[in-house]
Design a protein around this ligand. Structure first.
Ligand code: HEC
Ligand code: HEC
Length: 218
C-alpha cells in the first residue's frame, strides 16, 4: 500500500489551513492563535518539565485537564480506550498522521511514554455533551444514520469505543466533522482502512447530522 500521496495531501492541507485561512474566519484565527500559544508554551517548557505530571500537563493545556477539550478542533481525550491512544501517538510520532501541533508534541516520545500517557488518558473522566436541549429532529436523523452505517457495531452501541476504536460519545462536534471529512477525502490515514471505507457512501450533510448526534450521545 502506497500511502505517500495521502501524506503530501495532509501536509498541504495543514499548511493551507494555517496560512490561507488566517484572516478569513475569526474562529480559525482564534484557534490558530490558541494553538500557536499552547505550542510555544510546549516548545519552551520541556527542558524544565521533567516529571510525568508536568509532561502530561502540557498535553492537557490543549486537550483539557478533566478529559474535556474547550479548544476548537482539539479532541477531548477522556475515557479514550487505552489501546487507541498509543497507536495514534505512534502515527503522529512517525509523521504518518500529520497535524502540526501533534506531530511536534509527539516527536520525542519514547515507546514507554506512549504507554504511560495512554494509560493516564484512559483514566480521565469521559467528556460531557454540550448543555442545552438538543434539536430532536437532528438527533433522530443522526441516530438513524448511525444505525444505517453500523457505527455502533465497531464503536460499541453506546459509542464508548473499544480496543483501537475510539470513543465518539460526547466528542467535540467540530472535531467529529473534521475527522469524518478527512477519512472520506483520504487525508487522514488510520490504523486500518475501515473509516475510509465507512465514509465513502456518506454525504457531507449526513456527516453533519452524525457529528451532531455523536457529540450529544451519553
Ligand atoms: C498545541 C496543542 C496540542 C498539544 C500540546 C497536544 N495536542 Fe494532542 N492534539 C491536538 C490537536 C489539534 C489534535 C487533533 C489533530 C487532528 O485534527 O487530526 C490532537 C490529537 C491528539 C490525539 C488523537 C485523538 C483522536 O481522537 O484522534 C491524541 C491521542 C493526542 N492528541 C494526545 C496528545 C498527547 C499525549 C499530548 C502531549 C504529549 C498532546 N496530545 C499534546 C493538539 C495538541
Ligand atoms: C468496521 C468498523 C467501523 C465502523 C463500522 C465505523 N468505524 Fe469509525 N473508526 C473505526 C476505527 C478502527 C477507527 C480508528 C481509525 C484510525 O486509526 O484512525 C475509527 C475512527 C473513527 C473516528 C475518529 C475519532 C477520533 O477520535 O479520532 C470517527 C469520528 C469515527 N470513527 C466515526 C464513525 C462513524 C460516525 C461511523 C458510522 C457512520 C463509524 N465510525 C463506523 C472503525 C469503525
Amino acid at each position: 500500500m502506497n500511502l505517500n500521496p495521502q501524506f503530501v495531501a495532509i501536509e498541504g492541507g495543514a499548511a493551507l489551513d494555517i496560512r490561507t485561512l488566517a484572516g478569513t474566519d475569526p474562529n480559525k484565527d482564534m484557534r490558530t492563535l490558541l494553538i500557536a500559544l499552547a505550542f510555544v508554551h510546549a516548545m519552551v517548557v520541556p527542558c524544565l518539565a521533567e516529571t510525568f505530571q508536568e509532561r502530561i500537563g502540557l498535553c492537557l493545556t490543549c486537550h483539557g485537564e478533566n478529559g474535556q477539550s474547550d479548544n476548537v478542533e482539539v479532541p477531548s481525550l477522556g475515557a479514550e480506550p487505552a489501546p487507541f491512544v498509543p497507536i495514534q501517538l505512534y502515527l503522529f510520532r512517525e509523521k504518518q498522521r500529520r497535524v502540526e501541533p501533534m506531530t511536534d508534541a509527539a516527536k520525542d516520545l519514547t515507546d514507554d511514554d506512549l504507554r504511560q500517557f495512554s494509560d493516564f488518558i484512559a483514566r480521565l473522566p469521559a467528556p460531557k455533551p454540550p448543555r442545552g436541549s438538543p434539536d430532536a429532529a437532528r438527533m433522530e436523523r443522526g441516530r438513524t444514520l448511525a444505525q444505517r452505517y453500523h457505527c455502533g457495531f465497531c464503536h460499541n452501541p453506546d459509542f464508548s469505543g473499544r480496543d483501537n476504536i475510539p470513543r465518539l460519545a460526547a466528542q467535540r462536534e467540530d472535531y467529529l466533522v473534521k475527522a469524518l471529512r478527512e477519512y472520506k477525502s483520504n487525508t487522514r490515514p488510520g490504523y486500518d482502512a475501515s473509516m475510509a471505507e465507512v465514509t465513502q457512501p456518506i454525504s457531507d450533510t449526513e456527516i453533519l447530522d452524525l457529528a451532531y448526534f455523536m457529540a450529544r450521545a451519553e
